[in-house]
Ligand binder design. Structure first.
Ligand SMILES: Cc1cc2nc3c(=O)[nH]c(=O)nc-3n(C[C@H](O)[C@H](O)[C@H](O)COP(=O)(O)OP(=O)(O)OC[C@H]3O[C@@H](n4cnc5c(N)ncnc54)[C@H](O)[C@@H]3O)c2cc1C
Length: 449
């Protein structure tokens, strides 16, 4: 049977499934076949033409099982999609087929009042989950700057870290993800409960090796974070201060450094554009006076921006991580970006790259914890001058010792350390033996023979 016949038969089978909404209008197929890949001028022409043939929105796990069985039976590819805020086409259906929207699977199944461990369905928006956790005195440990719109399943399957990473490291560090419920793509699809060891292989696998229908996650005690900006006249002084606050006993949730040229490109709520570089911090209220003292002794200027207002959309969180890129591109789409872990000492590596690339790079740093140690990650804005120039820039970054996480590539592996993870491939054998979950996305599967 050809693809067209298979799709007709599949659609017919799915139309009888309860709690499964089907969408096939061209506008829906277009809308749900894309994410925020336009941040990459390399990916845009490659991913723009990719289209789903059908979009399905299950409201129950039973409907997911029926959908998975039908796709396996008719050999039609299936791609999973949360809110579609991924930056590198993680949920773009490379070979068409069905796109499954998780957004109606959003139940918070349980929160353990004693431990704070939450079991939640993948389509729950992180803002809603965080709000519910607050009723138990808890909060999410890690979240992307898109936390108000992104889903928890999309974050675990497609993201890596963000706000909270300076304390809690990254999603793949042991201790965050405690288990999952997974539906395999097989004719006899039935949900499986898996523990934290097996769940690791589905963490950051772009939905290529199993359909996650619930996640069990550790959380943190809630803190009402205070927003603070610190202006530093000298770049080295700002980096030094970042290291000092990271090494202190301050309880912090975010540490972002914006190079001066970024200030005039940011929305007004981060404070006026000045001639200094700006550090943005979320600090526990009991740390404010100590922070003030450290800032003063560093010769910098602190501005207390008050407690966070989590009901609005204009906080320091929305100036950090890839939101910085978003704000620059909103008015100047000729900029793209890179992601890397900087070598130490960072100022020296940045100076070497500045010398070569001048104002084609604007620096944006984030304080993170990498394998237990405070480090600086960079998401510099890069003036787009073509793919060849970008490749040369990436080579230069590697040459100074940076570890790149290339956001201009298609596969799971190429966006990470470039190596095939045998556990991810083994999980695909177990939960997607016919290779139908977004084919082409997991290089280890394509190259297994
Ligand atoms: C402005 C901006 C800022 C960002 N900041 C950050 C950041 O700070 N940190 C960060 O890590 N990312 C960041 N991102 C990327 C992205 O927003 C996050 O990773 C986000 O959590 C993705 O959630 P989503 O619901 O949009 O997922 P989607 O984009 O819909 O999906 C992401 C991936 O998860 C897979 N997936 C979704 N649901 C399931 C499921 N049920 N089972 C299996 N796989 C599934 C999809 O197939 C896809 O591969 C940013 C993006 C933008 C545009």
């Amino acid at each position: 049977m050809g693809r067209a016949e298979a799709l007709i038969a599949l659609r017919q089978a799915l139309s009888a499934v309860p709690d499964l909404e089907l969408l096939a209008e061209p506008a829906d197929l277009q809308r749900f076949s894309r994410d925020a890949f336009e941040y990459s001028p390399v990916l845009t022409p490659r991913l723009e033409p990719c289209r789903a043939d059908l979009v399905a929105r299950p409201r129950t796990v039973e409907a997911v099982e029926r959908l998975a069985s039908a796709c396996a039976e008719h050999q039609v590819p299936l791609t999973l999609r949360g809110s579609g805020t991924g930056n590198y086409g993680q949920c773009v259906p490379l070979q068409g087929g069905v796109v499954m929207l998780t957004t109606s699977l959003r139940q918070i199944r349980s929160i353990d009042a004693a431990t704070g461990v939450v079991t939640v369905e993948p389509g729950c928006v992180m803002r809603d989950l965080d709000q519910e956790l607050r009723r138990y005195g808890r909060q999410l440990r890690l979240m992307p700057s898109t936390w108000r719109s992104a889903t928890i399943g999309g974050f675990v399957a497609g993201g890596s870290g963000g706000i909270g990473s300076l304390r809690w490291g990254f999603l793949r560090d042991p201790g965050h993800l405690l288990g999952m419920e997974v539906v395999p793509l097989r004719p006899d699809a039935q949900r499986h409960q898996i523990g934290e060891l097996d769940a690791e292989a589905l963490n950051h696998a772009y939905g290529t090796n199993g359909i996650i229908t619930a996640l069990r996650l550790a959380t943190a005690p809630v803190v009402n974070w205070q927003q603070v900006s610190v202006d530093c006249e000298r770049w080295e002084q700002a980096i030094e201060l970042m290291h000092r606050v990271a090494a202190s006993a301050l309880d912090l949730h975010l540490g972002t450094l914006l190079e001066q040229p970024l200030l005039s490109r940011m929305p007004s709520w981060g404070g006026p554009a000045v001639s200094a570089h700006r550090l943005l911090l979320l600090v526990a209220p009991d740390g404010l006076t100590s922070l003030q003292r450290m800032v003063q002794s560093a010769g910098a200027t602190l501005r207390d921006l008050g407690p966070e207002d989590l009901s609005g959309g204009n906080g320091l969180r929305e100036l950090s991580w890839n939101h910085t890129t978003l704000h620059v591109r909103a008015s100047e789409p000729g900029w793209t970006y890179l992601q890397m872990l900087l070598p130490q000492p960072e100022a020296q590596a940045i100076a070497a790259l500045r010398q070569r690339w001048g104002d084609d790079l604007i620096w944006h740093l984030e304080l993170v914890r990498q394998q237990g140690c405070p480090r600086l990650a960079a998401l510099p804005l890069v003036r787009w001058r073509g793919a060849e120039q970008l490749d040369r820039l990436m080579d230069d970054c590697r040459a100074v010792g940076a570890v790149l996480f290339n956001p201009h590539v298609i596969t799971v592996e190429d966006g990470g350390l470039g190596v095939i993870d045998a556990d991810q491939v083994a999980a695909k054998h177990r939960f997607d033996p016919a290779g139908l979950l977004n084919p082409g996305k997991l290089r280890g599967w394509e190259e297994r023979l």
